[in-house]
Design a protein. Structure first.
Length: 355
């Protein structure tokens, strides 16, 4: 099969910028502001993103992205595919490479592709060997969000971001599907509440029985329609009376449509939480106050929301040491009863916004 033709060059001085973010859904969502801010500064720039295969659909219909490239993340194949990726990058003739996630293979990949200006967070041996220019981290600055941290990569290019909130884009046909879902699930006149009950051990999370308890509390309100947004709900959460399960086994784009149809999503710090917020869906989110997991660093951006934390002193007395295995067990504030009350409060605030 002949090689795909190289994309056209608009001008000799055109900037052709590659953004690399080869990690999980939530991290990639939080990097979606990068192409937008680059295009704001240079409307004729050619912007590509390099991501893992299963996150590429996040950028479909994004008007600020000209090319979506993928890199196999599986350990068994990511090095054997190295030179194929090099050839693909060379065809795009990128002038700048921005690595939002420090990674040795990515540093060598961009160097071998001949991208003349390459930037990555921090000082590492592989950055030095690949002649990647270090961008000194601001991540430890109190209150610095991950989305703003990623923006340090475009600041070195002379871009001063005006808006660091992530956004996801739907096609016209997908927006029509959103309205169809809303009319189907919300009839007659009910609010649609989604519950994302799993986190893939990427964040503190309730045991499934606590999510089932929250679902039962919310279904008592006849004004609400509760739905589980997990693609594979845990058995304890599956089959609850009066609850919908419309995301079973779906891909990224159908999931985005169904998330966009919600009136609110309740979740921990997960990819679906960040996807919903980037689609403008209000959120109620459970978070951990530890510096590596706090909402100031990882909270959802792009929509209204309420963050729930354990009460002061809970973590001092009961923290397991690893936020990924914390279940908030015994917390009065991070409880289904309190979260149900916060959902009601969020709806009240939405109906009666401050003057």
């Amino acid at each position: 099969m002949p090689a795909a033709p190289a994309p056209p060059i608009l001008g000799a001085m055109q900037k052709r910028i590659l953004i690399c973010r080869q990690d999980r859904l939530g991290d990639v969502v939080l990097a979606t502001a990068l192409p937008r801010e680059i295009k704001r500064r240079w409307p004729d720039a050619y912007v590509g993103v390099l991501v893992r295969g299963y996150t590429r659909e996040l950028f479909a219909h994004d008007p600020h992205v000209d090319a979506v490239l993928t890199d196999d993340f599986r350990p068994a194949t990511r090095w054997p595919s190295f030179w194929a990726r090099v050839g693909e990058l060379r065809r795009h003739r990128f002038t700048h490479g921005l690595m939002a996630l420090a990674d040795a293979r990515m540093a060598y990949l961009l160097a071998a592709a001949g991208i003349p200006r390459r930037y990555g967070h921090g000082i590492t041996l592989y950055h030095a060997l690949s002649l990647t220019r270090p961008v000194m981290s601001r991540k430890l600055r109190k209150g610095q969000h991950e989305s703003a941290y990623s923006m340090d990569l475009v600041r070195v290019l002379g871009v001063e971001p005006e808006d660091t909130d992530p956004r996801l884009f739907l096609s016209e046909r997908e927006r029509e599907a959103v309205e169809h879902c809303r009319s189907e699930w919300g009839a007659p006149g009910r609010r649609i509440v989604g519950l994302q009950t799993t986190s893939g051990a990427s964040a503190p999370n309730w045991e499934p029985a606590r999510w089932a308890e929250l679902a039962r509390l919310l279904t008592k309100d006849p004004r609400l329609q509760v739905m589980i947004t997990d693609m594979a709900p845990p058995p304890v959460v599956d089959g609850l009376e009066g609850v919908l399960y419309p995301l079973r086994g779906l891909g990224i784009r159908p999931t985005m449509v169904r998330l966009a149809a919600l009136d609110v999503l309740v979740a921990t710090s997960t990819g679906p939480l960040h996807m919903a917020a980037a689609l403008g869906v209000p959120t109620v989110s459970l978070y951990c106050p530890l510096p590596s997991s706090e909402p100031a660093l990882w909270g959802p951006l792009g929509s209204e929301g309420i963050t729930v934390l354990p009460e002061p002193g809970f973590c001092r007395d009961r923290c397991p040491g690893d936020p990924h295995v914390c279940t908030y067990a015994g917390s009065r504030q991070a409880s289904p009863t309190h979260v149900a009350a916060e959902v009601a409060r969020l709806f009240l605030e939405m109906e009666n916004p401050p003057a």
